[in-house]
Design a protein around this ligand. Structure first.
Ligand code: FDA
Length: 538
């Protein structure tokens, strides 16, 4: 039988293809005709370079699902939230380049979104109703390539931490990557802001372990470490997402861990001396050896001590007996598992859950939340901890998360990356409120709880400035204002020095160098340093 279609069938195929093309174009034209002038030009520009099925416009049936696909916070999908003109679901680098070039040409800003976990929703919504913007969604750019022999990996920004951990664990039982705890967090935003987790005390931040990156700059060009230069490479490793370009992928240094690591979780109630334990913990945990982390989550009536140790249970139990006997940890509290199982353990509080849970990205938000953060440099007195119980008991939906620094975190110079919270910081303190219900007064109740507790803690945390962690973005710290056509440096310093301290000025100088027109902009993006100020080392 011949495989060549007869001429009549070939003609039919050609006609059907032409019809399909005409139909898809006419859908595009219909959608374009319903949007304003420049917006339509932007969409036409996009469609010349990106397949239409990857561009979700307000009129298309796929738009709502595409918008919420990686959103974590219900607060920012409430009716009335300003939405993007389009969501561009990039499937290759050229799509991201086209989004930037078309956006620049037609005055549509591009907000990059990797995992959508931004605490203030800035990767997919704007607080300015007049802003014309599109979301550049990178979720499809999530390949992870591990080179176990060289202990390196390339990871697409759209991968989640869970996908990265799964791939590293599948390649080797003795390789790991030091990054955050929640597996659905996106690699793109996380590394851009620093990224800390259970391995930070031995290996530092995720951003400390980046070897190279591929970035789309404000001209739509693809750059790597060599072509972007060391100033820009410095800025993207902790200077916060969005400001300098869109990072498409990162080359990571993987770290070596023992085949067996140990975890434990010990819960102590308020009436079981939890206050004394937290008070003591503040002095002990930042000075423990780097291969152990002991963090605390405090909620309503109890404090939960959670630990990962890069070694066996017997050694850990000896160490805890010697350094923190009051906790009463014994070998029966331990579980010995692999590092990748420990990532499941910290996410789901059980090591027996399947590793495949790490691959579950989720498809829509399930809760509302608001958080704020502080750095603690002197132990907070016991009577203050005692008084926080009243706050926590009043509000079942509130948590305090205490992540100890010290170890490698204190050894890295505060100027090595934009993340300045190194030596001298005992721990990061996060105030977190989450809720599921909506209705009159609910939002205000939760916001005022977080703000109230944050205010009460003011005298006991870092000062001048009172610092916070950019990945725990907090819009209350300040919001950009536009002067002329660009973001005001003077106004930006108000929030910027809280996240970046002395590194803010260098970040602004890099911004002036790589994006002087301030195309990559959001409510807390780095402003360009005004020319008059200059900056000597650039
Ligand atoms: P998202 O896509 O929302 O982006 C965040 C910001 O980065 C936005 O401004 C965005 O425009 C920009 N951006 C995103 N991708 C970019 C790219 N490819 N190039 C340039 N800019 C980009 N942090 C931590 O250090 N340790 C932890 O354990 C946790 N745990 C945690 C749990 C939960 C439930 C949440 C919601 C968050 C955390 N975080 C955290 C905070 C987390 O690191 C922070 O929210 C990250 O910015 C999230 O990155 P995403 O890519 O998911 O966010």
């Amino acid at each position: 039988m011949s495989t060549t279609p007869p001429a009549s069938r070939r003609l039919l195929v050609v006609i059907l293809c032409a019809l399909a093309l005409a139909l898809s174009c006419s859908r595009g034209i219909a959608a374009v005709s319903s949007v304003a002038g420049d917006d339509a030009a932007f969409l036409r520009c996009l469609w010349a370079a990106v397949p239409q099925r990857l561009v979700h416009t307000r009129g298309s049936p796929s738009y709502a699902a595409a918008l919420v696909s990686s959103v974590r916070n219900l607060r920012f999908v409430a009716p009335g939230t300003p939405t993007p003109l389009a969501i561009v679901a990039a499937a290759e680098a050229s799509h991201a380049q086209a989004a930037v070039r078309c956006g620049r040409r037609h005055g549509v800003r591009v907000r990059a979104r990797s995992g959508g976990h931004d605490y203030e929703g800035l990767s997919y919504m704007s607080l300015d109703r007049r802003e014309r913007f599109a979301v550049l969604d990178l979720a499809a750019l999530r390949e992870v390539r591990v080179d176990a022999e060289r202990a390196e990996a390339w990871v697409g920004s759209g991968a989640t931490l869970g996908e990265l951990y799964y791939a590293v664990g599948a390649a080797s039982r003795t390789l790991a990557f030091p990054a955050g705890i929640c597996p659905t967090v996106g690699v793109g935003g996380h590394i851009s802001g620093g990224g800390f987790g259970t391995l930070m005390r031995q290996y530092g931040l995720a951003a400390d372990n980046v070897l190279d990156a591929v970035l789309v700059d404000a001209d739509g060009q693809l750059l790597n470490r060599t072509t972007m230069g060391e100033d820009l490479f410095w800025a993207i490793r902790g200077g916060g997402g969005e400001s300098f370009g869109v990072v498409l992928s990162w080359k990571l240094r993987l770290i070596r861990v023992p085949e067996t690591v140990t975890v434990f979780t010990i819960r102590r109630a308020r009436n079981q001396s939890a206050t004394d334990l937290i008070t003591k913990w503040q002095e002990i945990s930042p000075s423990l050896p780097g291969d152990i982390i002991l963090r605390v989550v405090v909620q309503s009536h109890h404090a939960q001590f959670e630990s990962l140790f890069l070694g066996r249970c017997s050694r850990l139990a000896r160490l805890m007996r010697a350094r923190f006997p009051e906790l009463g940890m014994t070998q029966s509290d331990c579980e010995e598992i692999t590092w990748v199982q420990s990532t499941v353990y910290f996410a789901f509080y059980s090591s027996s859950e399947p590793l495949e849970l790490l691959l579950d990205r989720g498809t829509k938000p399930d809760r509302y939340f608001k958080a704020k953060s502080d750095y603690v440099q002197e132990p907070i007195p016991s009577h203050i901890w005692e008084s926080t119980w009243a706050w926590l008991e009043e509000h079942d939906a509130g948590l305090l998360i205490l992540d100890p620094y010290g170890g490698e975190m204190a050894r890295v110079s505060p100027a090595a990356t934009p993340f300045p919270h190194r030596k001298g910081n005992l721990y990061n303190l996060q105030y977190y409120s989450f809720w599921f219900e909506h209705g009159a007064g609910t939002l205000e109740k939760h916001l005022s709880w977080v703000k109230g507790l944050y205010n009460v803690m003011g005298p006991y945390v870092s000062k001048n400035p009172r610092t916070g962690y950019v990945n725990y973005r907090d819009i209350d710290l300040g919001r950009n204002e536009i002067e002329g056509n660009v973001t005001s440096y003077t106004k930006g310093r108000i929030w910027g020095e809280k996240y970046f301290k002395g590194n803010f000025e260098r970040l602004a100088a890099v911004k002036a160098m790589v994006d002087p027109d301030d195309f990559f902009r959001n409510e807390q993006s780095i402003p360009p340093l005004p020319a008059a100020k200059g900056w000597s080392s650039i």
